[in-house]
Design a protein around this ligand. Structure first.
Ligand code: ZN
Length: 341
């Protein structure tokens, strides 16, 4: 089922310096771009943060467009012959109930290093979920006896079904990996990991950057928080977000090299940046992941990163996006195993 978009569709604003052009939304796109202001989001009052009525209105506009039970729970069921499946909680939103599942190596060996793979922290970022499932199904044979694997394929199932960034309370799970998390999705994952300690060598968190970030999710964020928002650029290609407090440039570069064989890597913009952050090496930017409450900071893994696949490129198919996520996961684990000391 499709639903009327909550925001006017994106249009291209030509920009000679950017070969894809700046994506911006609404009929007054050029005006909006020139004035560096955002057209009004259809919920709330510009300049005022949302309260409960605005959140409820926003939630009422979200529609189920795909099935977590069918796409994720059934896929996980098929993995039960080869892996242990660990339930780690349930999210309850009204009459909707979402069991949360992690998939782990059958023979967990405390003497081995461990790798964590998370997908679907942003539910709309499809290849994060399906890349994690594809990795489990097809690419784990070589890791037995070398590394313990814990894969959480869909951290935010309510949003997966609605192709949304936020959870049902208009909270971004990927800013919520903090003490007393405001997001049940993040809190449940933190509770799963808490008793597992510091065994993590690698953590890779699978994401996408999409055109709807610019047309819907950034304007929604500005509206929710009562802040202005200007246009940004959506990079054309894959990139990584490393940890500025633990950057591990060789690790990030090993992943970029592996993914470049599958899909194109995002170039820096004319300012030498990707989404407003300096490009520190081809296809890599860094954020302070722990202080931002990002999932990539949920463990103390020495090697940690966030993938950003770009699914809206005419040069990338959905399968290629899944393959890019898998290539990133495999390269991350192999690098970690080769550089333990
Ligand atoms: Zn994301």
């Amino acid at each position: 089922m499709y639903y009327p978009p909550a925001y006017p569709p994106a249009v291209d604003v030509p920009n000679a310096e950017n070969r894809r052009g700046v994506k911006w939304a609404g009929p007054d796109a050029r005006k909006a771009y020139d004035m560096n202001t955002t057209p009004d989001y259809p919920i709330g009052t510009p300049g005022s943060p949302w309260g409960a009525p605005e959140v409820a209105l926003w939630r009422s506009r979200q529609r189920v467009q795909r099935s977590y039970a069918q796409d994720v729970l059934e896929a996980v069921d098929l993995l039960r012959e080869r892996f242990d499946v660990a339930p780690y909680g349930q999210l309850n939103y009204g009459t909707d109930h979402y069991p949360l599942l992690a998939v782990r190596s059958r023979r967990w060996d405390e003497t081995l290093p461990s790798a964590l793979v998370t997908g679907g922290v942003h539910g709309y970022e499809t290849s994060g979920v399906h890349g994690a499932l594809q990795f489990l199904d097809r690419h784990t044979a070589g890791y037995e006896g070398r590394v313990n694997l814990l894969v959480v394929p869909c951290v935010s199932p309510w949003a997966y079904e609605r192709i949304q960034r936020w959870n049902a309370e208009a909270v971004d799970p990927n800013r919520s990996f903090v003490t007393d998390s405001p997001a049940g999705e993040s809190g449940a994952l933190m509770a799963l990991l808490a008793p597992m300690g510091d065994q993590w060598l690698v953590h890779i968190d699978l994401h996408e950057t999409t055109d709807t970030d610019e047309s819907e999710f950034r304007p929604a964020l500005a509206a929710r928080d009562g802040k202005p928002s200007g246009p940004g650029m959506i990079p054309d290609g894959f990139y990584l977000v490393g940890d500025s407090e633990n950057p591990q440039p060789r690790f990030q570069q090993a992943i970029i090299e592996a993914v470049a064989k599958v899909t194109h890597i995002a170039p820096a913009d004319p300012q030498g940046e990707i989404i407003g952050s300096p490009v520190v090496s081809p296809g890599v930017i860094n954020y302070p992941v722990k202080s931002l409450g990002l999932c990539a900071g949920v463990t103390d893994a020495r090697y940690r990163t966030t993938t950003e696949v770009y699914p809206d490129s005419p040069r990338a198919t959905p399968q290629q996006c899944n393959d890019a996520q898998v290539a990133a996961v495999c390269a991350a684990i192999e690098f970690g195993l080769a550089h333990r000391d």
